[in-house]
Design a binder for this molecule. Structure first.
Ligand SMILES: NC(=O)c1ccc[n+]([C@@H]2O[C@H](COP(=O)([O-])OP(=O)(O)OC[C@H]3O[C@@H](n4cnc5c(N)ncnc54)[C@H](OP(=O)(O)O)[C@@H]3O)[C@@H](O)[C@H]2O)c1
Length: 281
């Protein structure tokens, strides 16, 4: 990965942090994106020390805010460098309905629109690479998801899991459509399930939910090192060169749900995402 520029979002903790470190260990220049400046700086320092790679830096952005995503893309875009790998990893679940700075339901804003907008804004930089990869961290949770085109932001009835599963299905639908759009270019787009991973995922919620989830993670989740493996595989492996529009699980191609391959839903979701972000691909 020497000489390659990689961007990893949600890189201050969990799967993103290990993914960023693994890319640095392989010699890439890595930009970690997160919302917490102090934490990001500390994580970069730790990665410098363990990887002996000093081409690792932090960019602060709240990825649920479209203004912050635009400012981030502007900063990354003015550097004149092509981007070789974009790992859209940031994600969270909210048991109570919240809205982003743009007044959009938080799960949809962060987990889906964040991927959609940042990728779109960086697309020219990705196309400038001789072989770029977009890696979208989705989830097995997409299998229980449904895109509610009537009420995608859960204004009438909100359930944390339903909103999360919808956002992860949106990640897969977005990936497949994006891969189609990028056909004939040197940019690939794939998505993946990292496994059930013992990270800080879910800890932003109330005590009861956090405790139950932590307990479940202790019993059956894999650690974050194993949880980052599929992301790193899809981002770096020679086996995945030129492969696009696929869903990976345990570092292998897998079949995603039937709903994730529904072209009509994908079209509606794409149009809605353009409308809500004001960004046209
Ligand atoms: N854990 C699992 O079992 C599992 C399973 C399937 C899929 N996934 C997916 O894997 C991805 C990573 O999850 P994880 O398990 O590593 O979760 P995590 O440990 O909670 O890490 C999430 C990362 O995202 C950052 N983040 C959260 N909100 C943000 C915002 N508004 N702006 C910028 N950064 C923000 C966090 O920053 P802070 O450090 O500031 O909190 C942290 O760096 C997600 O897309 C998730 O849906 C996870």
């Amino acid at each position: 990965m020497d000489g390659k520029l990689c961007i990893v979002t949600g890189a201050t903790d969990g799967i993103g942090r290990v993914t960023a470190r693994a890319l640095a260990e392989r010699g890439a220049e890595v930009v970690l994106v997160g919302r917490n400046d102090a934490k990001g700086t500390e994580v970069c320092k730790a990665i410098h020390r363990s990887s002996r790679n000093d081409k690792v830096r932090f960019e602060q952005a709240d990825l649920s805010s479209q203004a912050e995503i635009r400012a981030l893309a502007e900063r990354l875009g003015t550097e004149g460098r092509a981007i070789d790998v974009l790992v859209n990893n940031v994600g969270a679940m909210f048991t109570r309905r919240r809205e982003s700075a743009d007044g959009i339901e938080m799960t949809f804003a962060l987990n889906h629109l964040g991927y959609f907008l940042l990728t779109g804004l960086l697309l020219e930089k990705l196309k400038a690479s001789p072989a770029a990869r977009i890696v979208n961290v989705a989830s097995q949770a997409h299998r229980s998801g449904r895109i509610d085109l009537e009420d995608p932001q859960g204004t009438r009835r909100y359930r944390g899991w339903t909103a999360y599963a919808q956002s992860k299905l949106a990640n897969v639908l977005f990936t497949y459509r994006l891969a189609g759009l990028l056909e004939g270019t040197a940019v690939t787009a794939n998505c993946l399930h990292p496994g059930f991973v013992a990270s800080r995922f879910g800890q932003n919620n109330g005590w009861l939910f956090s405790t139950v989830l932590k307990g479940a993670m202790r019993l059956s989740a894999i650690d974050v090192e194993a949880g980052a493996r599929t992301s790193v595989h899809v981002a770096t492996s020679a086996e995945v060169e030129g492969v696009s529009g696929r869903y990976f699980d345990k570092s292998r191609e897998a079949t995603s749900s039937l709903a994730s391959r529904d072209e009509e839903t994908a079209s509606h979701l794409w149009a809605l995402s353009e409308e809500l972000t004001g960004f046209r691909y």
